[in-house]
Design a protein around this ligand. Structure first.
Ligand code: GP9
Ligand code: MN
Length: 636
């Protein structure tokens, strides 16, 4: 009897060892990836420990499900699928410094184009990330020391594993809350989420979020718009007269410059200016040097969304894809009503970023896409039509347009991977440790030359007298993957604060009658629409806009990023840390509380509008509000 018992115990012990080693193997791998491949900004020992602990609950969960559904085979399938999931995240992270969201999966065609070739982000060493799969296979199927049974888990053991995952996750969450309270409720930053709950749990969280957001539209009703309208009324800046209507009745050209960051302006390489033409041009117009991009996963399309609606883009996916069917009160529609002919010009496939669909929702009359340009192989490179030819063709089109017109141009050549034909290289490559940054200097320099030709031709055309030109950068070109090289070039350490400040993009308003000035106001792309309508002297009857006219001297200076960070006149708040905006010095955290709260409030409100498609209730709600105001007056 005792012999049998001994035998059984030994087998149970072996089983536990196999469980422990297989779980341990996956744990080590996941830890390695989270700590060494992702850059999650671990700030102290507590965070490092949370990061090391957080894979456990998800491992118990996936192996538990595996065993429950298919015994040891099921466990092995979980091991393989888990490994693939981790690897997909590794590849995505290398390219985007971000984690995939479910809405992004609908954009695979776009993603493939965006990231260039997938082989460039894979490396032979990655095979090591799968070496453990072989060890796991051996342990699960072949390990059989003499007088022991091979590992044969019972299905109900799967339930036990999955149940153990629950307290493990609760411990994880409680622990994470010591660093960040209400983590799951108030975190927009995926890097932060992964740091605290781990990448696999993050995907579960993302799936729950997806379900919730899908519910929101179905459940939404017009009452939800009331607090939003009230918020807008409370936060409105007083109408300013500054430069109001100076461009009344004029045509508008808005030029979105691909991947153009402010750090290139007035900067040099090998003693040569990177943007010599823009540097001079900006002296003749209103140039903003504290203007930030506010995009997230939708990149250029997010910047277009900000401009058209003065709403924040989404934190997950590109709103151009996920909510193109919503009702909007886009700037193009407004301008149409005021007699403008509105168009967008971009020599890429019209389906890219779902533009052909979304542009209709925003109210554009026309979209001049690739098929409307004389795109030939000789005039193309990399992403397609070279900027110089795009500019040339676009100007000819404008000369034929009905006036007044509003047209948005989007350049393309200065896009990752930043390559150029030999003849178009006007400056030597950079000499930093990053090929990407080194080439970026060349494409930036090229773009400036193309701009010069365009603006000079524009100035010599009849359009000049009646047109204002607004030039802005759409988003960063150099990601934080290249921080070290950036530090070499700028000759400073690129810390969290500097990285934040690198998200500034140029903004210039230029045209006859507009006097040159340097404007230091802190703002972002969300402010473009109210700035433009003020210049055009147009009454904008859409009450739901988060932006504040950049030209208004009493404006609220607050720029909120999609991650819930912010910059205002005095501070920059990044993930709970407060900095002096001028010096970059770390300050007492409480000073930024107000900014963080405001950021949270506005982002949530903007999300509720998009997820609930609330603008469809605008007319109804305003009618009710007006009626209320009317009856109040009667009572007075
Ligand atoms: C593509 C162009 C570039 O049409 O707008 O897209 P991006 O990668 O910058 O979002
Ligand atoms: Mn872009």
């Amino acid at each position: 009897m005792s012999k049998i018992n001994k035998y059984l115990n030994k087998n149970i012990a072996l089983k536990l060892v196999v469980y422990a080693v297989v779980i341990g193997l996956f744990w080590v791998k996941m830890n390695y990836i989270q700590a060494n491949i992702f850059s999650l900004n671990v700030e102290n020992a507590n965070e490092a420990n949370i990061l090391a602990f957080n894979p456990l609950s998800s491992i118990f969960l996936i192996f538990g499900i595996g065993v429950l559904l298919g015994g040891r085979r099921g466990m092995f399938v979980s091991y393989i699928l888990g490994s693939i999931l981790l690897y997909v995240n590794v590849l995505f992270y290398r390219e985007y410094n971000d984690f995939i969201t479910i809405p992004m999966l609908n954009q695979v065609a776009n993603l493939a184009d965006l990231g260039g070739s997938i082989t460039t982000i894979m490396s032979p060493g990655d095979a090591l990330l799968f070496a453990d799969v072989l060890i796991a296979a051996f342990l699960l199927f072949y390990l059989k020391p003499s007088r022991f049974q091979v590992f044969k888990p019972k299905r109900r053991e799967g339930i036990i594993l999955a149940i153990v995952a629950i307290p493990l996750f609760l411990i994880n969450l409680q622990w994470a809350e010591t660093e960040r309270t209400d983590l799951l409720e108030r975190t927009f930053d995926r890097n932060m989420l992964v740091k605290y709950i781990g990448v696999i749990n993050y995907h579960v969280y993302d799936a729950v979020l997806q379900g919730k957001t899908e519910m929101k539209k179905t459940m939404a009703d017009s009452n939800e718009l009331v607090p939003v309208i009230n918020y807008m009324n409370e936060n409105k800046s007083e109408d300013s007269d500054r430069l109001e209507g100076v461009a009344e009745g004029k045509n508008v050209i808005v030029m979105s410059m691909e991947s153009t960051q402010t750090f290139v302006v007035d900067n040099t390489l090998h003693g040569e200016e990177l943007t010599p033409y823009f540097n001079d041009l900006k002296e003749e117009g209103i140039y903003f040097d504290n203007f930030y991009h506010q995009v997230k996963q939708g990149r250029t399309s997010d910047s277009e969304f900000l401009l058209a609606n003065s709403l924040y883009p989404l934190n997950r996916g590109a709103v151009f894809f996920t909510h193109s069917g919503n009702q909007y009160e886009g700037l193009p529609s407004l301008l149409n009503e005021k007699g403008y002919f509105t168009s967008s010009m971009h020599a890429n496939d019209k389906t890219f970023w779902n533009r052909n669909v979304m542009y209709d929702s925003l109210g554009f009359d026309e979209f001049y896409s690739k098929e409307d340009y004389d795109v030939t192989p000789e005039k193309s490179h990399g992403w397609g039509y070279l900027d110089e030819y795009f500019f040339e063709d676009s100007l000819s089109k404008m000369k034929e347009m009905d006036q007044p017109f509003y047209t948005k141009m989007i350049t393309l050549t200065n896009h990752y991977p930043f390559t150029l034909p030999e003849e178009q290289k006007l400056i030597e490559e950079g000499e930093t440790g990053s090929g990407t940054l080194n080439r970026y200097f060349q494409t930036i320099r090229y773009q400036d030359e193309a701009l010069k030709k365009f603006v000079e031709d524009f100035k010599n055309s009849e359009l000049y007298d009646d047109t204002i030109l607004v030039i802005y950068g759409d988003h960063f070109g150099i990601s934080e993957n290249h921080q070290k090289a950036m530090g070499e070039y700028l000759d400073k350490d690129i810390n969290e604060f500097e990285q934040f400040q690198l998200q500034r993009v140029p903004l210039l308003i230029y045209g006859k009658g507009i006097k040159g000035e340097k404007n230091h106001t802190v703002g972002g792309q969300i402010d473009l629409r109210p700035t433009l309508t003020n210049l055009l002297g147009i009454e904008d009857d859409n009450p739901i806009q988060f932006g504040h006219d950049l030209l208004d001297e009493d404006r609220r200076q607050l720029m909120i990023t999609r991650d819930g960070n912010f910059a205002n006149e005095d501070y920059v708040g990044i993930q709970g840390t407060c900095y002096d905006r001028e010096t970059g010095e770390k300050l007492e955290a409480g000073l930024c509380d107000e900014g963080f709260d405001k950021a949270q409030e506005e982002l949530e409100m903007s999300d509720s509008i998009i997820y609930g498609d609330l603008l469809r209730y605008l007319d109804e709600t305003e009618m009710v509000q007006n009626k209320d105001e009317g009856s109040n007056q009667e009572n007075d």
